[in-house]
Design a protein around this ligand. Structure first.
Ligand SMILES: Nc1ncnc2c1ncn2[C@@H]1O[C@H](COP(=O)(O)OP(=O)(O)O)[C@@H](O)[C@H]1O
Ligand SMILES: [Mg+2]
Length: 272
């Protein structure tokens, strides 16, 4: 699994250098990212934590070419995202990146199978049946493929969304609070799948979460505050994550006029 990332000559699958993203101008300027440099490896599940407004979503959006950084570079799968035109960017997003959102974002009129195949159908690419089967079995949805989202539980819907994100064998999957709308049992299912897809399928996944237990599924946790990386934890457990969060309690930042929320949402009921 992580040996892949350590292979000589195999660099990070995605990286950012000196990323800056500002919104607005003059007095109202917000520095959502304030010089972030980070590498993401194949076969690695990285969690990103930090208070609301610390720049987590902005980092994911800039990495995924959904937002344009004000300064700095993003390289995904060997390609400089900032130098791509819209057309190549769209192709990169469709074929090399996967997304999982808090709100599932499934098409209600399509079955689970049709939702999973959707990225390939849109890109007019054939479905690799063996890979489809691997992904469907990994998410445990074999007997739900004919169901529409309304007939599935939240956890099942999010597992459909995870399968959809993986179906094109993307270089990286970006998941923004994937368990934010799920109960603890469903969260455990989704997180277990994300971790397995990294360990067994060699996927790279970057996941934003507020939950220390969710973060403990990751190989590594990055902590953001005020648009900067302020800490990193390898092989996290729920306890070491909570300890780290206590250490980064906000209050000494420059604030940017934001409403700060508590860094640690310690109520994570997910059991591992
Ligand atoms: N489209 C936007 N326009 C203006 N400000 C934004 C926009 N998106 C994000 N911001 C601001 O950038 C900062 C970081 O936001 P975000 O990346 O969404 O944080 P997080 O995901 O950690 O909660 C916040 O202060 C937010 O208000
Ligand atoms: Mg966010």
């Amino acid at each position: 699994m992580r040996a892949l990332a350590a292979d000589p000559g195999v660099g990070p699958i995605a990286s950012a250098r000196d990323l800056v993203k500002t919104y607005g101008r003059g007095e109202a300027v917000v520095r959502a990212l304030d010089g972030v440099s980070v590498d993401f490896a194949r076969g690695e599940l990285t969690a990103i934590m930090g208070p609301s407004g610390s720049g987590k979503s902005t980092l994911m959006h800039c990495m995924a070419g959904l937002d344009t950084p004000t300064a700095g570079t993003v390289v995904v799968d060997g390609e400089d995202v900032g130098r791509m035109n819209q057309r190549r960017l769209t192709r990169l997003r469709r074929t090399r990146l996967g997304f999982v959102f808090q709100a599932f974002n499934l098409i209600p009129t399509l079955t689970a199978e049709e939702n999973i195949r959707l990225p390939l159908d849109i890109a007019r690419r054939p479905v690799d049946r063996a890979w489809f089967d691997t992904v469907v079995d990994a998410v445990g949805l074999r007997d739900r493929l004919d169901h529409r989202p309304g007939e599935l539980s939240g956890g099942q819907q999010q597992r459909v969304a995870c399968a959809r994100a993986l179906i094109s064998r993307p270089a990286v999957v970006f998941a923004d609070e994937p368990t934010g709308n799920l109960d603890s049992r469903s969260s455990g299912e989704v997180l277990g799948f994300l971790r397995r897809s990294v360990d067994e399928l060699g996927q790279a996944i970057v996941m934003v979460t507020h939950d220390a237990t969710a973060a403990s599924y990751a190989h590594r946790v990055l902590f953001l505050a005020d648009g900067r990386l302020v800490g990193e934890l390898e092989d996290p457990t729920r306890e070491t994550v909570l300890d780290a969060l206590r250490g980064f309690t906000p209050g000494d930042g420059d604030g940017h006029g934001r409403h700060e929320q508590p860094l640690a949402q310690t109520a994570g009921p997910v059991t591992r």
